[in-house]
Design a protein around this ligand. Sequence first.
Ligand SMILES: CCCCCCCCCCCCCC(=O)SCCNC(=O)CCNC(=O)[C@H](O)C(C)(C)COP(=O)(O)OP(=O)(O)OC[C@H]1O[C@@H](n2cnc3c(N)ncnc32)[C@H](O)[C@@H]1OP(=O)(O)O
Ligand SMILES: CCCCCCCC/C=C\CCCCCCCC(=O)OC[C@@H](O)COP(=O)(O)O
Length: 332
Amino acid sequence: MELWPGAWTVLLLLFLLLLFLLPTLWFCSPSAKYFFKMAFYNGWILFLAVLAIPVCAVRGRNVENMKILRLMLLHIKYLYGIRVEVRGAHHFPPSQPYVVVSNHQSSLDLLGMMEVLPGRCVPIAKRELLWAGSAGLACWLAGVIFIDRKRTGDAISVMSEVAQTLLTQDVRVWVFPEGTRNHNGSMLPFKRGAFHLAVQAQVPIVPIVMSSYQDFYCKKERRFTSGRCQVRVLPPVPTEGLTPDDVPALADRVRHSMLTIFREISTDGRGGVAQPTQRWEHFILSPVSPLPLWSSLLLYPTFYGTIPPTPSPWIQWTQSFVRRKTHAAAGS
Ligand SMILES: CCCCCCCCCCCCCC(=O)SCCNC(=O)CCNC(=O)[C@H](O)C(C)(C)COP(=O)(O)OP(=O)(O)OC[C@H]1O[C@@H](n2cnc3c(N)ncnc32)[C@H](O)[C@@H]1OP(=O)(O)O
Ligand SMILES: CCCCCCCC/C=C\CCCCCCCC(=O)OC[C@@H](O)COP(=O)(O)O
């Protein structure tokens, strides 16, 4: 196909404009940074899933494949400068089935989840995730259990089958009892499926609390910086001898203990949690950097968050220029 004679020049100019616009947006607009980071997060997971699928396919659908997904996802916290601190991992019962229940703030929960995910443990996920392209297929291969939240009867019968599987195939299950993502600084009322499941199988419940992300991540404010998150594993709650009638009280008791810990590890928030880390992109985009701009474009979402240098002069200039303009606009 013949291109119009000036087309290459126009394409090149557009490309250069993009090269200028993207870093400018990245540095000057926290919202743009939020969108870039979330897009990269999802895109990166989809890409990793493409790599994981052939490896997992060797075994077929198998809970052991969850180890592969875990290993592939563990590095993401470094890309985003998120320090994940695990406390209480000794509370995991060593070798028996159990049900993990955990709070659910965002898809970033995957980071904390992968940090502590025990062996032979599979999450229960909404059915829609099955259609999330390569990630859905990777989840299916790793034995993730899918439930249709719109069909309570079906969801409950899947959970009952899982209760059998827990015992016969020695697996653990990870449930987000809030049933949906919730980033409002508290926890939604718990759905009872996980607790019925544990009581039916007479296995312990292991509550896990992930501290609030408010310091470094807020969807509403389109804010996503680097920060710290604590993952606290609480002592197992036995269910032996309990019956379905005990489920409401059991769910309330577990939620209460989780909420207490959530408040405890999230409150020292502003001061104690998010320490802004230094940024790689300042190093990469520095005028003395040997790397050309286009490679920094590819690299800075990847290596965000670790190395010390202060912003390079042109970044400082751009930031102060935008600040001056914003103040001038606000003043006029
Ligand atoms: C490299 C690539 C990597 C890819 C990533 C990999 C990682 C992927 C990670 C993915 C992470 C993905 C994360 C995600 O996707 S999170 C979203 C999906 N997960 C959940 O929804 C789990 C939590 N939900 C529940 O437990 C619900 O209760 C269910 C779904 C079961 C029903 O909810 P529903 O809203 O429809 O109904 P209801 O809760 O009002 O219950 C109605 C009644 O039924 C009773 N009842 C409930 N259950 C049982 C039972 N088993 N036996 C007997 N009875 C039971 C219950 O007590 C109540 O009765 P009553 O008490 O009012 O009298
Ligand atoms: C070819 C099709 C392409 C589909 C592209 C889909 C894009 C999705 C990209 C990557 C998938 C990342 C998988 C992350 C899993 C995070 C699990 C999660 O957080 O699910 C939400 C669920 O707990 C509750 O859902 P709601 O809060 O009720 O909503």
